[in-house]
Design a protein around this ligand. Structure first.
Ligand SMILES: Nc1nc2c(ncn2[C@@H]2O[C@H](COP(=O)(O)OP(=O)(O)OP(=O)(O)O)[C@@H](O)[C@H]2O)c(=O)[nH]1
Length: 360
């Protein structure tokens, strides 16, 4: 029984959806299950008691609750979820409104009004929920105090109607406050998790992707070429004689140089290319859908631009060069081997005099 209930509440939930979407799907499932059961039970009782108008209202509501849940499960699209929620809220509001008109069983119908604010806020969110509740409150006020003679099929005292509306507004205020705080906490948690994700995948010095983020991007690119059967190219760059910069000008100046080099590289890359800090004074380039000879053209330009740019350290301007090792990645070549080949080419560039682009 419990596992059936759990399965019902979880139906339509997917790990590909955002937490907020899954939460709404579960609430719709849960609410429709409760709504269907209660209205069905009360509808049958009204039928047996020969209260036919009430029975029709309750059984129609029961069918609508069931229908709205089926819509979200059957179509599984954002639009169907909106339709499903709108149907549930409208059905609940109409049901409660009709209970106010008829009085329901022994005039207890108005008691169900307290379900409206939390359910509406849950489903529609703060802003849309408030708007829907405003419309509902106006409709109830008009029913109680303007059209009571012509529309009400039962009678309530003035004190009952006014107290009912006051207490309804109090519950509305509390539900709105709860929903507002819940949304704010959710947004804060989302922001924090994005910040952590950003920090985990980026280098704090150059603000480029770090090795971890780069590895993920490489794997994504590799998975893409398995489907497209195209190629991409990678290159590892290592700043030449960087140790001597640290030794001459200090580690902090070395850090500044790394930032400036990353800016020079980034500013000359094409929009689709990716630059990451691979570690220490090494950078990794990813050139999507690019052959190695095309990548070499881009890198030759970068190499020249770097060697001609004067990098300011304190009062001095220094010229820095970099060596590059390139490898073309195809789906036949394992990614780890491609990285190793690029590293070997970099080693060759260093061995053959530095300030070079080498390709295997
Ligand atoms: N300032 C600074 N230095 C770093 C950082 N990461 C690595 N280094 C330094 O980079 C230097 C790399 O030196 P080596 O690997 O010996 O190579 P190199 O001097 O660049 O010479 P070649 O690569 O052979 O041209 C070392 O002195 C590291 O301490 C960093 O984040 N900041």
């Amino acid at each position: 029984m419990m596992s059936f209930l759990k399965q019902y509440v979880m139906s339509g939930v997917s790990r590909h959806y955002k937490d907020e979407t899954n939460r709404r799907i579960m609430v719709v499932n849960l609410f429709s299950a409760v709504g269907v059961s209660i209205t069905f039970f009360l509808g049958i009782r009204a039928l047996i008691g020969q209260e036919f108008p009430l029975a029709i209202i309750l059984l129609t509501a029961s069918i609508t609750f069931a229908l709205s849940q089926r819509i979200q499960i059957h179509f599984g699209t954002p639009r169907s979820r909106t339709v499903s929620m709108t149907l549930l809220i409208t059905c609940l509001m109409v049901l409660v409104f009709l209970l106010l008109i008829t009085g329901g069983k022994d005039n207890t119908g108005p008691l169900w009004i307290y379900l409206v604010p939390p359910v509406t806020m849950f489903f529609a969110g703060f802003v849309r929920g408030l708007l829907a509740l405003l419309v509902f409150t106006i409709a109830c006020t008009l029913l109680f105090f303007v059209f009571d003679e012509s529309l009400l099929l039962t009678s309530y005292t003035y004190a009952f109607k006014s107290r009912l509306l006051y207490s309804f507004l109090t519950v509305t205020f509390l539900s709105a406050f709860y929903e507002y705080s819940r949304q704010k906490s959710y947004e804060t948690a989302l922001d924090l998790s994005e910040q952590f994700e950003q920090q985990a995948n980026h280098d704090h010095l150059t603000k480029l992707m770090n090795r971890r983020g780069c590895q993920v991007t490489l794997e994504r690119e590799y998975a893409r070429i398995q489907r497209s059967k195209k190629v991409f190219s990678i290159a590892i760059a290592d700043i030449d004689r960087f140790k001597s910069i640290n030794d001459t000008y200090g580690h902090e100046a070395g850090d500044d140089v790394l930032v400036k080099i990353s800016e020079i590289f980034s500013s000359r890359l094409r929009k689709q290319d990716i630059l990451a800090r691979w570690g220490g004074e090494e950078f990794m380039f990813i050139f999507p859908e690019t052959t190695s000879s095309e990548a070499v053209n881009v890198l030759e330009e970068l190499r020249e631009a770097l060697s001609y740019s004067a990098v300011a350290i304190g009062d001095s301007d220094i010229h820095i060069t970099s060596s590059f090792g390139v490898c073309e990645v195809s789906c036949a070549l394992p990614l780890a081997d491609a990285i190793r080949h690029a590293d070997m080419e970099l080693y060759r560039a260093k061995e053959s005099g530095r300030n070079k682009v080498c390709i295997g």
